[in-house]
Design a protein around this ligand. Sequence first.
Ligand code: C2E
Ligand code: CA
Ligand code: CA
Ligand code: CA
Length: 279
Amino acid sequence: AAKGQGRNNYQIYDVSPEQEQQNAALKRSLRHAEGNGELRVFYQPQVNADSEDIVGMEALVRWEHPELGAIGPGFFIPLAEETGLIVSIGEWVLRTACQQARVWEDRHGLRLRLGVNLSVVQLTQPDLVGVVERVLQETGLDPTLLELEVTESISIKAVPHLMENLHGLHRLGCRIAIDDFGTGAASLDYLRKLPADRIKIDQSFVRNIGVDPDDEAIVRATIDMAHRLNREVVAEGVEIEQHLQFLRQNGCDELQGYLFCRPLPQASFDRLLAERESL
Ligand code: C2E
Ligand code: CA
Ligand code: CA
Ligand code: CA
C-alpha cells in the first residue's frame, strides 16, 4: 500500500487472516522492543533553502527486529497506535532525541532545531504537555528548539484535547509544524485553526515538480499562502536539483530530502556535523 494510506484513515480493504495473525505477533514483540533496546532514532537534516546550511533535523524512529530485521515506521507505527504502545514509544523517541540534540549543541556549538513526530494518539493524551515539559526539564533542551510535527490526516474535531494540547505546547515555547500539508481533506481548516508555526509540504507534491504543472501551482500557492499567514514552509522529499531550484525560486524557507541527506543513525549524523564544523 502507498505510504500514508492506511495511517489514521479508515481501512477500505480487508486484511487477510494471515496478515492479521502476523500483525498480532508483531504487536506482541513491539511490546518489548523499547525495553530490549531494539528501537533507534535516526536523524535527517533540514537545510536553509538559500545557504544549504543545516539548521535543523527530524527525528525518525527505526525498529531493528531481532529476527525480521529492520521494520519501517510506516508499517509499525500504525500497530503501535492500535495497541496504545505509541504513547510510551513516542515519549522514548522524544526523550532520546532531546538528549541527543543537547549533546550536539554542546559538542558542536550548534543550536539545531529538532523536529519530533507526534501521533494522533499522543495528541489525545490529557497529560501530553506535562510529559513534554518534563522531558525538556530533564534534558535541558531549549523549548524553542523543539518542533512538534502534527500530521494533517486527522480531523480537528475528532481528536479530544488536540487544541488544548497544541496551545499548551506553544505556551512551553515549543513550535508546531503541520506535517504532510496538502494531503488531508482539511488543509485550510488546519491552517486557520491550529497554532502552527510552520507547514511541511508533502513529498507527493514535491515529487511532481517538473512533472505536473498543477502540482507546481499548488506548491507555489501554498508557500505564498503560508507566508501571508506568517508561517514558515519546509518542503520534504527534495530529491533532485530541479526540486531545489524550483523551491528556492519560489521562496520556500527550508528543505529536507535525499538530495541533501538520508536519515542517518546518531553516530553518522554526529560525523556529518563534525565535518560541517571543520569547513
Ligand atoms: P514523515 O513524518 O512524513 O517523515 C518523512 C519520511 O520521508 C521519512 O520516512 C523519511 O525517511 C522519508 N524521506 C525523507 N526524505 C525523502 C526523500 O527525499 N524521498 C523520499 N521518497 N522519502 C524521503 P520514514 O522514516 O520511513 O517514516 C515514515 C513515517 O513514519 C513518517 O513520515 C512519520 O509519519 C512516521 N514516523 C517516523 N518516526 C516517527 C515517530 O517517532 N513517531 C511517530 N508518531 N511517527 C513517526
Ligand atoms: Ca514528519
Ligand atoms: Ca511528512
Ligand atoms: Ca508523509
